[in-house]
Design a protein around this ligand. Sequence first.
Ligand SMILES: [Zn+2]
Length: 337
Amino acid sequence: MKRDELYVGVDLGGTNVRAAVVDLGGHVLGQEKHRLLSREPPQVAEAVVRAAKTACGAAGMPFGEMKGMGVGVAGWIERGTGMVMNAPNLGWREVPFLKLVQARAPRLPMWIGNDLSVAAWGERAAGAGRGVDDLIVVLVGSGVGAGIILGGKLHEGVSGVAGEFGHILVHPGGRLCGCGQRGCLEAYAGGHNLAAWARDDLRIAMAAARAAGERHPAVGRKLLEIAGEPDKVTAAAMERAAHEGDELSRRLLEEAGNLLGVALSNLVTVLNPARLLLGGGVLTGSPRMMRAAMEQIDAHTSKAARKALKISAPELGEQAGVVGAALLARASLAQAA
Ligand SMILES: [Zn+2]
């Protein structure tokens, strides 16, 4: 591989920044990960460039020889301007982040995009979506999102907000979502919201038990035992409790899986992808939720679309972000040239 074909990929989360030197085959030649000491945009821009330079050092390549840099950020990135319109993990609104990074490495061509787009591109280049032109990656973690590749091209939408799969409506007037709307898929299936849902139900059950003069709630007793107190309930505790027969946990995980599965079946029916990669910490940590989702996909997807579809798990894990960001930078710079 020639030196002039190397790119830096950066994955910027709410806690860590990760950077890697990546070749055109999607191989990571050197990488760096460090904690963000501040979420102030100029300091984060500084941290991004520092991580990129350290990754170059690890790869034994001068930073000045990189062809370009791609940055993936969890949030809404406005297309064309590189403006981070909203990044809840970082607490940012309308931050001209691309400009801040560019000011610190003015000679390096740069690209910035959404973390799910980047992950989908990484999986297509070097992971479970290798060679697939119509690919959707859906990750269910603390949030829920999708990266969409159609006809071999990343689909970001006109404003850059395509793939906001967590915010499609599944329950009009339902539970409040972090985005301010009610009834979003993420309000049920996203890890934080799922746990909050269980906490609410658990408190109701505890109040009912108290009113009836009982010491323990009739439902959710096992969950309460595992978590210790309602405030400590997590999606992982729910899965464990469900496994040990906890009715409340089982019901909520299955309901979240059902809502997710119906939403996925609609997505597949409309877009007719060849491959759907399903992952993310909450979903992979809950076989029960996964099973419910798969049943709904099989039951409700149009027959022709289901027949053409292969479902598997992402392969690259945490590397998808840096690999995808580097190769998306390359793709977008090649297009611009
Ligand atoms: Zn929402």
